[in-house]
Design a protein around this ligand. Structure first.
Ligand code: PLP
Ligand code: COI
Length: 337
């Protein structure tokens, strides 16, 4: 199969190998790589009925020297287990998670896009509750799977800004599962996300579900703003996903760009304080936000067509670290060997 590495979007391309392991009778079986990209599940599996499932997303990056980098994979392992705890699923040991990710990268090495194409190999680990069941109970068995697919930009435009719209829907409840990476949050975001796209916006911006006054996050990424006095601010909330990219950017902004970097409240009616804004995440990387539509008004940040200078510097620093061109803070890069 010929892949046009320079023009990949974010869609599924089958790769040869995936890892599957089963949890049964209180322990994990060894697991193995398989070529079969379908799963066979009991019809009563709680993942299918009651959403007992969680997932992760991380990427493998081709370096200039041909080797392959993973970016902070232990953070994804930790977050998968936090999500699993919230839905009463068994822990996946960190070494099992990282070994599975590395095995999948190595087995599919031909699908790690070339250095310089901007594309990456997206890894999708997930944990699902399976087995015979009908009542609302935790599953008797679990599957841990890691598959991968080569991807380009998540939001069309990449580093070209796009517009977003504030949603009237909530993606998560104040004390619900917003901070866990569980499918239910994404199921809840399908209708608002589709409505936003029908109006030509890239995605929704969700407000805090308790007061609807503060920005929470985007459907598939966190939010950040750069204030006119050069602070990097990103929302703090118990109902958003603790984004690994966001925490990395907080550190990069402060240590490498010399900005004051804080988590705090971002009131949707006070966007004038920002000169730039963006969405950040593994899939989104850093996607500049041109404008946000709210209450019949499109609030434009830096520009609807040009990425702002601070956002660009953050992007260059983050992706430079991920692709191995810029020295990483200690422990951030794991080479697949
Ligand atoms: N918020 C949501 C809802 C997401 O789906 C993602 C993607 O993983 C993020 C934020 C960004 O998280 P991370 O930077 O860990 O990929
Ligand atoms: C990610 O960035 O890894 C995500 O999970 C976003 C999305 C594709 C759901």
């Amino acid at each position: 199969m010929q892949i046009d590495w320079d023009n990949l979007g974010f869609s599924y391309i089958k790769t040869p190998w995936r890892f599957v392991a089963k949890w049964k009778d209180g322990e994990w079986e060894k697991g193995e790589l398989t070529e079969d990209n379908h799963l066979s599940l009991h019809e009563g599996s709680p993942a299918l009925h009651y959403g007992q499932q969680c997932f992760e997303g991380l990427k493998a990056y081709r370096r200039k020297d041909g080797k392959v980098n993973l970016f902070r994979p232990e953070q994804n392992s930790r977050r998968l287990n936090q999500s699993a705890r919230r839905l009463l699923m068994p822990m996946v040991p960190e070494n099992m998670f990282i070994d599975a990710v590395k095995e999948v990268v190595k087995a599919n090495e031909a699908f790690v896009p070339p250095y310089g194409s901007g594309a990456t190999l997206y890894l999708r680990p997930f944990l699902i509750g399976v087995g015979e069941n009908i009542g609302v109970h935790p599953a008797p068995e679990y599957l841990f799977v890691v598959f991968c697919t080569p991807v380009g930009a998540y939001f069309k435009g990449g580093l070209k800004p796009t517009n977003f719209i504030v949603s009237e829907y909530d993606r998560a409840a104040p004390n619900g599962t917003g901070a866990a990476k569980v499918g239910g949050n994404y199921a809840a975001s399908l209708l608002p996300g589709t409505e936003a796209k029908e109006l030509n916006y890239s995605d929704c911006v969700y407000l805090d579900p308790a007061t609807h006054t503060k920005i929470e996050e985007v459907g598939a990424a966190n939010f950040f703003g750069i204030t006119k006095d050069n602070q990097f601010i990103t929302p703090q909330s118990p109902s958003i996903l603790p984004s690994i990219t966001k925490y990395s950017l907080l550190q990069i902004a402060e240590e490498r760009l010399g900005l004051k970097a804080v988590e705090g409240d971002i009131y949707v009616d006070q966007l004038d304080q920002f000169s730039e804004a963006g969405a950040c995440g593994t899939a989104a990387v850093i996607s500049p936000i041109g404008g946000i539509y709210y209450k019949n008004n499109l609030h434009v940040f830096y520009s609807e067509t040009e990425v702002g200078p601070v956002t660009k510097r953050l992007y260059d620093e983050l992706t430079g670290i991920q692709f191995g061109d810029i020295e990483a803070p200690e422990g951030w890069i794991e080479v697949v060997e």
